[in-house]
Design a protein around this ligand. Structure first.
Ligand code: SF4
Length: 231
C-alpha cells in the first residue's frame, strides 16, 4: 500500500473533519486521497484566513494565563479559556482507523465541561446567513473528539465569526463585526460519518461526481489522447 500523509507510523489511516468533508462532496476524491495520496489540485486559494487564525490564537493566548476572557469576546462567551490549552486530539477507532482533530480554542465552564471554539473569517455578513453544513459537522466532530478523550463536554460549541466592517475612519483601525454562534454538536453523527468513510475506503474506487469539472476535463483529455494514439 502507498504510504501518504493520512497514514501514521502506527499504520492507521487517520480520518479528520476536513478529510471526511471531501467524502460529502465526492467519494472518489475522498478515496483517492486516503487510499492513494492523490489530491485534487488546490488552485489559487487565499491564505488570509490562516493569518487571521494565527493573530487570533496569539491574542487569546495572552489572556489564558490571566484566567480572563479576551475583551473582544468578554460578556459574549461563558467559561474560561482552557489552561493549558490542548490543541490536538486523537481517537483510535480500531486497529486500522483513527480520527483526529485540532481545535482553535476551548472554553471550560464552572462544571469542568469543555466547549470547543472555532474561528471563522467571513467575507459576507455572518449574521444574515444560515450555518453551513460543514460548520455544523465540525462542532459534532469536536464534541466527539473531546468526549472520546475523556473530557467532560457541554454538548455544544461556538463559532466566532470575524467580518470586516465599513468605516469612514479606517485610519483609526479596521472595525470587525464579531458574531458568535452557539451550535449543538452530535457525536453520533460523527460516528455515522466515520462508519460511512470506512466503508467507502474498504471498497473499490467509487464513481466520480457527475457535475465535477475536473474529472470531466480529465476524461476529455484522456479521450483526445487515445484518439491521437490510435489515429
Ligand atoms: S469528480 Fe473527480 S476530480 Fe471531481 S471531486 Fe470527484 S474524483 Fe475529484
Amino acid at each position: 500500500m502507498v504510504v501518504h500523509k493520512h497514514m501514521s507510523k502506527d499504520g492507521r489511516i487517520w480520518l479528520s473533519h476536513t478529510g471526511v468533508e471531501v467524502l460529502e462532496r465526492c467519494p472518489r476524491c475522498f478515496w483517492l486521497q486516503y487510499r492513494r495520496g492523490i489530491y485534487q489540485p488546490e488552485g489559487i486559494v487565499s491564505r488570509l484566513p490562516n493569518r487571521f487564525d494565527t493573530v487570533l490564537k496569539n491574542y487569546f493566548n495572552i489572556f489564558r494565563p490571566l484566567g480572563e476572557l479576551p475583551p473582544l469576546v468578554v460578556g459574549k462567551l461563558g467559561g474560561k479559556l482552557q489552561n493549558p490549552f490542548q490543541e490536538k486530539y486523537f481517537v483510535r477507532i480500531d486497529e486500522k482507523y483513527g480520527f483526529f482533530g485540532k481545535l482553535d480554542e476551548c472554553l471550560v465552564d464552572e462544571k469542568g465541561e469543555h466547549i470547543p471554539v472555532d474561528f471563522k473569517t467571513a467575507s459576507s455578513d455572518p449574521r444574515e446567513k444560515e450555518v453551513l453544513g460543514a460548520y455544523q459537522s465540525q462542532i459534532d466532530d469536536y464534541v466527539y473528539i473531546l468526549a472520546e478523550n475523556g473530557k467532560k463536554v457541554t454538548g455544544y460549541g461556538y463559532l466566532i465569526y470575524f467580518f470586516p466592517d465599513h468605516s469612514e475612519e479606517l485610519h483609526k483601525g479596521f472595525p470587525m463585526i464579531i458574531h458568535i454562534q452557539k451550535l449543538n454538536g452530535d457525536p453520533k453523527k460523527t460516528n455515522e460519518r466515520i462508519k460511512k468513510a470506512k466503508s467507502v475506503l474498504e471498497k473499490e474506487i467509487p464513481n466520480p461526481a457527475e457535475d465535477c469539472p475536473f474529472c470531466t476535463w480529465y476524461d476529455k483529455v484522456k479521450e483526445e489522447l487515445s484518439v491521437k494514439k490510435n489515429a
